[in-house]
Design a protein around this ligand. Structure first.
Ligand code: HEM
Length: 395
């Protein structure tokens, strides 16, 4: 019997998980899938199993381990900074950034994020209708926020956005992805030199002046951490904003309720994160011991892919899970940001950005609707992080 393929594509409703993988969740829970290079891995689809694996030290995130899964030809162990390491080194590096990503720090950035958001809504309004929400709003707003935080000049956003697209696509060859990573790395290393000479109030300056100079951080590791933050910090948030807006336009009563009561925004954003689950590559881990999952024996050295979109629609945890409902108790139980030691470092910042972005759009553009039918929109099926290449809106 032929094995299901990875990646499975969201062939049904564009917000829903890939049907093949939802079937696995509702059936055995776990199944062997065939990767692009002929290797196999286990895809795990249920909420409880995924949480258990993410908290289980018998599963490693160390991308340098023999046989660690490669999602695509272009995925290269060099992107491996602490997201692809285990403790204690993972914790040591993550801690160097922790103070920049607390809830408090994210909350303190609200006025600046609001200003950036307002500027972009003003620009949208001056350009249209119609206008493309992705290029004019959903992508630049989080890109600007992460640039400010890191100290990357926003004039160079084209470079990091283009590199990210190449690094994060199933369609990139190994050479393309490695080239993009090398280019971005060289740019950031050069930037670190400039920060060493003239430090500012930003993350790269702090890493250079406090950590690299103290011998706690190599230049290569510093650059990889900056690459990770740039990549992780804008496409995920941009995808969630654009898909969230698209989903809301399909539910006009909920859109109207949100407009009438801005207090609903926190729950609405949690529901968007659950419902669209942008990290569609799933998370990867390798078993370091023989272990049983869903009654299936896994041997040490086997890989698991934790498919978050299916887990976030698990009926055992979310009643009427297929339904988009911003009134659902938004207690953040979804796995959109992962779980355990690697849970998203930027989640507080992402939440603030998405809340401000969606609330401001809803308030400022009360008649917002899609300029083309949902079925005709270009969804990012070929990317590790889901979203839209373009979102034409009108008002
Ligand atoms: C909607 C937006 C976002 C989503 C859905 C998201 C999702 C995730 C997920 C699922 C993980 C876990 C990876 C794993 O366990 O293998 C993760 C990790 C991470 N995210 Fe996010 N993320 C978002 C925004 C951000 C932002 C804005 C930043 C930073 C500015 C960021 C930085 C990171 C970092 C550094 C890690 C690695 C943490 C570690 O390994 O300890 N993310 N993210």
């Amino acid at each position: 019997m032929s094995l299901p393929a990875y990646p499975a594509v969201r062939t049904g409703c564009p917000f829903d998980p890939a049907p093949d993988y939802s079937d696995i969740r509702d059936g055995p829970g776990i199944a062997k899938v065939r990767m692009w290079n002929g290797t196999t891995a286990w895809v795990v689809t249920r909420y409880d199993d995924i949480r258990a694996i993410l908290a289980d030290r018998r599963f490693s995130a160390d991308g340098t381990r023999d046989g660690f899964i490669q999602f695509a030809p272009g995925v290269n162990a060099q992107v491996s900074t602490f997201i692809r390491m285990d403790d204690p080194e993972h914790a040591r590096l993550r801690k160097m950034l922790a103070r920049n990503f607390t809830v408090r720090r994210a909350e303190s950035m609200r006025p600046e994020i609001q200003r950036i958001t307002d500027d972009h809504v003003n620009r949208l309004l001056s350009l249209g209708p119609p206008a493309d929400l992705v290029t004019e709003f959903a992508l630049p707003v989080p890109s600007l926020v992460i640039s400010r935080l890191l100290g990357v000049p926003y004039e160079d956003a084209d470079l990091f956005q283009a590199s990210t697209r190449k690094i994060m696509s199933w369609a990139s060859s190994a050479e393309e992805a490695a080239g993009a990573l090398a280019e971005l790395g060289a740019y950031l290393s050069d930037l670190a030199d400039r920060k060493a000479a003239a430090p500012g109030d930003d993350v790269i300056s702090t890493l250079v002046t406090e950590r690299e100079s103290a011998g706690e951080l190599s230049r290569q590791q510093l650059v990889l951490m900056a690459v990770l933050l740039l990549i992780a910090g804008h496409e995920t948030t941009a995808g969630t904003i654009s898909l969230g807006v698209a989903a809301l336009t399909q539910h006009p009563a909920q859109l109207a309720a949100l407009r009438a009561d801005p207090g609903l925004i926190t729950g609405a954003v949690e529901e968007v994160l659950r419902y669209v689950s942008v990290v569609q590559s799933g998370l990867s881990r390798i078993a370091t011991e023989d272990v049983e999952i869903c009654g299936q024996a896994l041997t040490a050295g086997e890989n698991v892919i934790l498919y978050l979109p299916a887990a976030n629609r698990d009926e055992k945890v979310f009643s009427d899970a297929a339904k988009f409902d911003i009134h659902r108790a938004g207690d953040g139980r979804h796995l959109g940001f992962g779980f355990g030691p690697h849970q998203c470092l930027g989640m507080s910042l992402a939440r603030v950005e998405i809340q401000i972005a969606i609330r401001t759009l809803v308030e400022r553009i009360p008649t917002l609707e899609l300029a083309r039918p949902l079925e005709e929109l270009p969804f990012r099926d070929e990317m590790f992080v889901y979203g839209l290449h373009e979102l034409p809106i009108t008002w």
